[in-house]
Design a protein around this ligand. Structure first.
Ligand code: ATP
Length: 287
């Protein structure tokens, strides 16, 4: 049996670091939004008990190190049936190590897809617990849509679908390491914190001005000093007509929000030559 799935990326409409935990992770509070940029995952059941991954992206391993392989193997372990197998073919469209949650999206699609194909009937809660073992963003990717995420990302409150704004993604060639960004994070250098309560209310009301005022990503204080081009991209996106522009996750992707396709195209056309990857999409609701 074969199943083809879209694995959509996410952006952080807000990201606040509330403190460091004893286990080295940080307690976060963030509003996450699924967008229309997707990897494609093709799943095919196998009867020989093997899990195989195909992925031709140069920065993505096509073996046991791939998070999609780890997702399949964890699910197989939970099923207790060692005869279950799958071939997983990943077509990467989401830039890698970009703050767009591409690996987490792939893992979530594999968990959902194989739960169905293998007939396991794990509940959404059981899948979310399995997902958290693979990565902090996997539970959100399983849920999709719009949500407030707390803890390391696993305490999720679904939010009503907001207006489907246009999103322009801008990723420079240079990368950053997520671990390094968190290590360098110092609240003393944060210039703007999100107001998540106000952001949730503004999204529900569809008020662009209030959304803009309430959004912030405290990790910009670290990544913008490592990659100054990000501050310029953010500023220019606003000049080209975005009503808000911000970094997603620990970066380095900057996203711009636009009210209509004309403004989105102006931002894209104005900035695409300065970056390695530019893409126009929209917010995506849960199907
Ligand atoms: P997040 O926003 O959740 O921190 P990210 O978008 O910054 O994630 P990913 O694209 O998920 O980062 O990838 C991070 C690392 O994981 C890369 O070094 C990559 O080699 C490895 N990796 C393993 N499996 C995958 C996969 N299926 N897709 C992308 N990267 C993968």
């Amino acid at each position: 049996m074969t199943l083809n799935l879209n694995a959509p990326a996410k952006i952080n409409l807000s990201l606040d670091v509330l403190g460091r935990r004893d286990d080295g992770y940080h307690n976060l509070e963030m509003v996450m939004q699924t967008i229309g940029l997707c990897d494609n995952i093709c799943l095919e059941t196998r009867t020989d008990g093997q899990i195989l991954v195909r992925c031709s992206h140069p920065q993505v391993p096509a073996d046991e190190e791939n998070i999609a392989y780890k997702a399949a193997s964890l699910l197989k372990e939970l099923s207790g049936n060692m005869h279950l197998g799958a071939s997983i073919t990943i077509t990467k469209n989401i830039p890698v190590a970009a703050g767009l949650g591409g690996g987490s999206a792939d893992a979530a699609a594999v968990l959902k897809g194989l739960n169905f194909l293998w007939g396991l009937k794990l509940s959404p809660g059981e899948l979310a617990r399995a997902g958290l073992q693979l990565g902090a963003d996997v539970p959100f990717c399983l849920m999709g849509g719009t949500a407030l995420a707390r803890g390391i990302g696993e305490l999720l409150t679904p939010l009503p679908p907001p207006q489907l704004f246009w999103v322009v993604l801008l990723k420079p060639r240079e990368g950053v390491s997520t671990a390094d960004v968190y290590k360098r994070y110092n609240p003393a250098f944060v210039r703007s914190r999100p107001n998540n309560e106000a952001l949730i209310a503004a999204l529900a009301a569809g008020s662009k001005d209030d959304i803009t005022k309430a959004m912030a990503n405290v990790l910009e204080s670290v990544t913008f000093s490592l990659l100054p081009i990000l501050g310029h991209l953010k500023q220019q996106a606003l000049e080209y007509g975005a009503f808000a522009s911000q970094m997603t996750g620990s970066g380095p992707t900057i996203f711009a929000l636009a009210a209509d396709s004309r403004r989105a195209a102006a931002i894209y056309n104005g900035l695409k030559n300065q970056v390695d990857f530019a893409y126009i999409t929209t917010f995506k609701e849960v199907p």
